[in-house]
Design a protein around this ligand. Structure first.
Ligand code: DGY
Length: 327
């Protein structure tokens, strides 16, 4: 039997970080395109020293128990870690890590792409042309909403929210944000952003972009009540986590003209997409592609591997979520 660390990667990751991992460890990559069914996952984690997980796998006491006492680290290949019960990791003496920073700009690009696609009816226009219907340029054809010089409200002003603000500034937009934390004046000045309460954000924004973590407090933060407070010309963008939005309420608001459009990268019951949303022309949907670029997925893989090596060496991983576990 090899004395190299035994590592499980729950989905195929980019080749370069995988080779780096293999240079020091015996690695099993789980090759199921649709993720690992829970009962199988509980078997394949057994005896691993480290596990690189995806946002699709729930990491809790049951999984940690199934893995066994030799497990040192759960390295999530994502910045979001709502799939991990960090307190369970700490109780089991297991380090938990995520991949922040390396995907900030790419995810902000995705948010802006959705914002523009939804506001200017790009998806709808493309579907229309591909349908082969007759058309000719018309002064009233598929009118959208201007983006430049409008107001964007950013819900959750962390790294990604601030990166969206930098993009908005380039479009001459007014930036307001709602966050539990008041950012230092220099950060606000750099982003050209002003903190407001959530009701003001909803009422004043032409665009609302969601960048909150998913927590019990943010689940369905955007529901019927919130949509009633928004402008009928407003566009909602979500690249954070699906359950922050009540999708039935969103579909109702969009269908009734309570909102102009929505751009969604994430879904309440992912990978299911609410059929009420799919039936609407004014919804742009993409399959959780926020960080999906070659460079960023290489960087996420590299950071996850760096975290694994640090934990195996008994040092502090660069993006540890539970430093208290190191004592
Ligand atoms: C994350 O990292 O949390 C994204 O949702 C996927 O990259």
């Amino acid at each position: 039997m090899s004395d190299r660390p035994n590592v499980l990667v729950t989905r195929p990751i980019m080749e370069v970080p995988l080779r780096t991992l293999e240079s020091r460890c015996d690695v099993t990559v789980h090759e199921n395109d649709f993720g690992i069914p829970r009962d199988e996952l509980l078997k394949v984690v057994q005896g691993r020293d480290a596990i690189i997980t995806m946002l699709t796998e729930k990491v809790d006491a049951e999984l940690l128990g199934a893995a066994g006492p030799q497990l040192k680290i759960i390295a999530n290949h994502a910045v979001g870690f709502d799939n991990i019960t960090v307190t369970d990791c700490t109780a089991a003496g297991v380090v938990a890590t995520n991949t922040p920073d390396v995907l900030t700009e790419t995810t902000a690009d995705t948010a802006f792409a959705l914002l523009m696609t939804a506001a200017r009816r790009v998806g709808e226009g493309e579907r229309f042309l591909r349908s082969g219907q007759p058309w000719i340029w018309g002064p009233l054809m598929m009118l959208g909403q201007d983006i430049h010089h409008k107001t964007i409200g950013i819900a959750g002003f962390g790294r990604i929210g601030q990166a969206v603000a930098r993009r908005a500034k380039g479009f001459g937009m007014q930036v307001i944000y709602a966050d539990a934390i008041q950012l230092p004046a220099e950060v606000e000045a750099e982003a050209g952003a002003r903190r407001v309460d959530m009701d003001t954000l909803l009422a004043e924004s032409d665009f609302v972009s969601i960048h909150t973590n998913l927590t019990p407090e943010t689940r369905h933060l955007f529901g019927a009540e919130a949509f009633k407070k928004m402008k009928p010309s407003a566009v909602l963008v979500n690249t954070s986590r699906g359950p922050v939005v009540d999708e039935d309420a969103l579909a109702d608001a969009l269908a009734a003209g309570g909102l102009f459009a929505a751009g969604l990268d994430v879904f309440e019951k992912e990978p299911e997409v609410n059929p009420k949303l799919l039936a609407l022309e004014n919804v742009v949907v993409i399959p959780h592609l926020g960080s999906a670029t070659v460079d960023t997925r290489n960087a996420m893989g590299a950071l996850a591997v760096e975290n694994v090596f640090a934990a195996l060496d008994g040092t502090c991983p660069p993006t540890i979520l539970n430093p208290e576990v190191l004592g």
